[in-house]
Design a protein around this ligand. Structure first.
Ligand SMILES: *Cc1c(COP(=O)(O)O)cnc(C)c1O
Length: 490
């Protein structure tokens, strides 16, 4: 590890024996002997080696950590494929309301009518956006939504005596979770190449469908940010072969209120509420990956579903064909509240404007940057676009170096080296929430880095220079993260 202030000691090794940050009141109940409360074999013999700190030290520690981290609330975060938009604080306030945050999952239905109504209405809103009929809000992430959808595909084919269908088709631009979910569900993966325009090669698809096709997984616009113009033909080919159509809607930021997967011919869709519908998700969670389906597939949705009866809303566990349970209780409820608040706040018109602005911003940036970076698929993009750092690579500057150099300018790096079909890929998704001045500043910095790559490549190759921690060993940082305080060796 290099960098100006990489001193671990300064960051973590604080406090002194005997220092405390609390002052409990006098005990006003009779004290019982400890061995009456805890069985002897479970009693500690020594004090645990915990850090001892004053309140001020604790406050400073966490405030300092938060300030050396990048966050959407601090700066631009153009992370392609993974909408990192501003998450309105109103949604946090809604999710924190006692009536939502303090209820217990085992409460009787009649005492949580508001929470059930929220889930019922959110399901309806998501189905409207998807162009489908019913949904489960249970899955906790996009990848888990995919697994749920694939389990539904399997259950559907089995229910029709076609359990032999064991192949899932994905394009070579697919998000990595698609093939992973298919494999996890026991499917054989069939990969279809992209054509010269970045869409799915229709003839190659025609050649691989057949009696073993269980389904196709596709995201449209795809991870290149391109809308597949042949989508109706693609879904028809798979349907005619007896397969189902799965739409990966993890990132739906380009289509809200404009085009609906159900209308494109898809049967199953998952959304990532933590991407498109505004739950903060840096650092890995919690999330929600609801799955919407056509009515014919509704019996296979996980139990319970939320239903409306004569006496109000209730949870229906009586679902004999359900694929089972994917998550404890009803999923990550707080994320559902945020998504509901977001959707209701914007309304249908507002959601459409989200996508219009997301697409406009991406095209604007793409046009500013394309004289300076290679653009392998030069056509209108949707919510994101993919540059190639091939030109800079010939100067000895890799895409990784460019990503690191951006950090010196206070900008989070975009997704790099994905999708795999673009050499030295730089995948940029500006989102709808950034002002034009921020987009212009990002373009200025990217152009400046392109100039540096020509005139002063060392400064890019050695970046970042201005962050608290310099360039890390990426593999070790991911596999052996060192983020815990440990007691000093005694
Ligand atoms: C993010 C993403 C996923 C995976 O979602 P998780 O919630 O991270 O599991 C799947 N597909 C696409 C296209 C994505 O952008």
């Amino acid at each position: 590890m290099t960098g100006p202030v990489a001193e671990r000691k300064l960051l973590f090794e604080q406090g002194a024996p005997g220092r405390v940050g609390y002052l409990p009141p006098e005990c006003d109940v009779p004290e019982l002997p400890i061995d009456e409360l805890i069985p002897e074999h479970a009693l500690r013999e020594e004090q645990p080696p915990l850090p001892e700190l004053s309140e001020l030290e604790v406050v400073r520690h966490f405030t300092r950590l938060s300030r050396i981290n990048h966050a959407i609330d601090v700066g631009f975060y153009p992370l392609g494929s993974c909408t990192m938009k501003y998450n309105p604080k109103m949604n946090e306030a809604a999710a924190g309301m006692a009536g939502f945050a303090r209820i217990h999952p085992y409460q009787p239905d009649e005492t949580v009518q508001g929470a059930l109504e929220l889930m019922y209405e959110l399901e309806k809103a998501l189905c409207e956006i998807a162009g489908l009929d019913r949904a489960s809000l249970q899955p906790a992430a996009g990848a888990q939504g995919e697994l749920t959808g694939l389990m539904i595909i399997r259950a559907y084919h089995e229910s029709r005596g076609e359990g032999h269908r064991n192949e899932i088709i994905c394009p070579d631009s697919a998000h990595g979770t698609n093939p992973a979910s298919a494999a996890m569900c026991g499917y054989k993966l069939i990969q279809v190449p992209s054509d010269a325009r970045g869409g799915m090669d229709v003839e190659a698809l025609r050649a691989v469908v057949g009696p073993n096709t269980a389904g196709l997984m596709l995201t449209n616009p795809n991870t290149l940010g391109l809308f597949d113009e042949n989508i109706a033909e693609i879904t028809e080919i798979v349907r005619t072969a007896g397969g189902l159509l799965y739409y990966d809607g993890a990132n739906a930021n380009a289509i809200l209120g404009i085009s609906r997967p159900g209308d494109m011919g898809f049967d199953i869709v998952h959304f990532n509420l933590h991407k498109t519908f505004s739950t903060p998700h840096g650092g890995g969670g919690p999330g929600a990956g609801p799955v919407c389906v056509r009515k014919e597939l509704a019996p296979f949705l996980p139990a319970p579903t939320v239903e409306r009866g004569e006496n109000g809303f209730y949870l229906d566990y009586d679902r004999p064909q359900a694929v089972g349970r994917l998550h404890a209780f009803y999923g990550n409820f707080g994320v559902l509240v945020r998504a509901y608040a977001y959707i209701r706040h914007l309304g249908a018109e507002g959601l459409r404007r989200v996508s219009e602005h997301a697409v406009l911003h991406a095209n604007y940036l793409m046009h500013l940057l394309k004289p300076y970076y290679d653009l392998p698929y030069d056509r209108h993009c949707k919510h994101e676009f993919v540059l190639s750092g091939a030109r800079q690579k010939r100067l000895g500057v890799r895409t990784l170096d460019i990503a690191k150099r951006l950090l010196d300018y206070g900008i989070h790096a975009p997704t790099v080296y994905f999708p795999l079909i673009v050499d030295e890929a730089i995948m940029i998704e500006p989102t709808e929430t950034e002002p034009k001045a921020v987009l212009d500043e990002f373009a200025r910095v990217m152009i400046e880095i392109a100039r540096e790559a020509e005139e002063n490549p060392e400064v890019v190759q050695g970046a970042p220079h201005r962050t608290v921690v310099g360039r890390l060993d990426e593999a070790r940082a991911a596999r052996e993260p060192d983020v815990c305080w440990r007691p000093p060796e005694t």
